[in-house]
Design a protein around this ligand. Sequence first.
Ligand SMILES: NC(=O)c1ccc[n+]([C@@H]2O[C@H](COP(=O)([O-])OP(=O)(O)OC[C@H]3O[C@@H](n4cnc5c(N)ncnc54)[C@H](O)[C@@H]3O)[C@@H](O)[C@H]2O)c1
Length: 383
Amino acid sequence: MKRFNIGFIGCGFAAQLHVEAYKRIPGFEAKMYGACSADLHQTQQFVQANGFEKVFGSVEELLADPQVDIVDIIVPPSAHIPLVKQAMESGKHVICEKPLNGYFGSGNDDRMVMYEAVCSELEALKQFLAGRKEKLFYAENYIYAPSVVKIRQMIEATGEKFLLLKGEEAHSGSHAPHAALWSANGGGCLIRQGCHPLSALLYLKQVEAKRRQEEIRVTSVLCDASQVTVGLPSNERGSILSNPVDVEDWSEAILTFSDGTKAVISSGDMIVGGVRNKIEAYTSNACYEGRIAPNDAFLCYHTDASKLTDVYMTEKVETKTGWQHVFLCEEEMRGYVGELEDFLRCVDTGKEPESGFPLAYETMKVLYAAYASAGSNSRFYVE
Ligand SMILES: NC(=O)c1ccc[n+]([C@@H]2O[C@H](COP(=O)([O-])OP(=O)(O)OC[C@H]3O[C@@H](n4cnc5c(N)ncnc54)[C@H](O)[C@@H]3O)[C@@H](O)[C@H]2O)c1
């Protein structure tokens, strides 16, 4: 079995998701080789808990190790682009978490300036990537969620046109202080959560375009991105964890494609009931509903959950009593396993990834077009 040594940059929440997925990849041995982060103590604990071989004290140390085949960048978004370039210049293939880039100023800055800054950074990265032997993979797990893969297969078979696509990712918010700040995330729930269904819908539309031999692109975006909990007194925030400073906690974006069809992307940091990850698609002959979470694979009911503290049900659910949609095979169902399998196969065979730079580019451009629309209270026309 072909083996690849993986070097992690970042040892936090999402790094653990990657570890669990690497363990389950069929056909390859993904060796958790070494890791570094901004916090040596955290790196040591992460390495020990997950059976890595090496603790690296710095990014430079990790990149200098010739044993590292693939670098997995799982750090906050503002550090993505510099690390992607640094790792590729060291001769490594790179997996980068979402969102690929962003504008990390204040949420009150001019949205048009944000859009232009993000687009020009993407153009510069495109030049940087041209002709390189090292590959860049965009870790958008939705592309590999079995329900999205199934919609892809069906549309490839029928050749039908998506008339309407809908996607949602929402939950009751992150309590991490940095989630409240534009300077750390490049926006609020739209970029942190909405980027997932957005990429999936853009991807499916391109699958359709390829099958029908058409050129289809996003021509305009109409978006509202606001703080809907702003008027709630602190004693009425209930189970909502987010506390936005200069970012939105709710957004709704409508995309218009060049063939006149539509996509709607919903995101929220104020929806209780556990994480909601959903994709819908409608053609003239079919409806598709991909309920990634919650799904109905396994339901349970408890009147008393006091002894279930250590039993995982699903991400961010506020209670374990009553009927619960327990998330089974989460690494597979959310697409993490398929994603990392595709990336290793690409390194092995030279094939292009389903989720690579072109998809990341389009996602980031549309996200900031959405912010520009929300900022001007008007439809934003994408060139
Ligand atoms: N695909 C998904 O489902 C998913 C879920 C959560 C987070 N993410 C993404 O993963 C990334 C990390 O998020 P997280 O929730 O794990 O954050 P986290 O705060 O839990 O962990 C971040 C890690 O990065 C390290 N770090 C920070 N800056 C660094 C730097 N300059 N150099 C080296 N290490 C650095 C920190 O020390 C820490 O180990 C983000 O881009 C986020 O959007 C993806």
